[in-house]
Design a protein around this ligand. Sequence first.
Ligand SMILES: C[S@@+](CC[C@H](N)C(=O)[O-])C[C@H]1O[C@@H](n2cnc3c(N)ncnc32)[C@H](O)[C@@H]1O
Length: 226
Amino acid sequence: MIDSRIAAVMNFVSEKSRVVDVGADHGWLSIELVKSLRAVKVIATEKNLKPFAAAQKNISAAGLENLIEIRLGDGLKVLSPGDVDTICIAGMGGALIAKILSDAPDVVHSAERLILQPMNAAEKIRAWTARNGWKIADEDLAEDAGIIYEIICAEKNPSEKIFKRSSSPLEKKFLAQRLKKLQRILNEMSKSSAARESEKFFATLAEIESLRKKIPACAGKNFSTV
Ligand SMILES: C[S@@+](CC[C@H](N)C(=O)[O-])C[C@H]1O[C@@H](n2cnc3c(N)ncnc32)[C@H](O)[C@@H]1O
């Protein structure tokens, strides 16, 4: 049940952490975190009843009800400050992840590490971290069924930047996929005069230019995303 995307999220969880798995869905991440001993305690949160029931069933089938507590509710609002030291939010859009973090400032402030895996708009997470006093401590990429996912690990005061991602063989492929996607978006926007004058058009153009510069350099060993 654990694919490479979830495995890459898990890799950023330090041993013996107290973790919240926001949007736990089927509960596989929560279950694996406990089974692998990375987490000594997990709070799994789910907003929707169907996945909540599925997670409850899987957690109970694994006999882990005493180590994984599942709470029905919106994001981190069902937690109190100090409940966890690590916040994992995986498999949602970057804007929703940023909103979930912004909606519970005290819980976020009391945590030590954020592990965020956006399905899109990773730039919204980078902007959120910069605005809210968090720094990106490391990043990684994971490929599953041909799609490359970004995993961002943020801390308030990271001791060192490791950048697993810079040595990932997936980096070059990820940038090439991103460039292709942005070129498609730009082509679509070019068809409308209003879109051609929009902020998004110029931002997309700028990112394309920056990616074009980075792509040949990706082959270099010390390529960094910052
Ligand atoms: C696509 S699934 C991702 C599941 C899992 N985290 C993963 O990475 O495989 C997103 C899950 O988040 C839940 N969800 C969406 N918004 C949420 C919120 N604000 N609070 C808690 N759960 C939420 C959805 O019900 C769904 O089960």
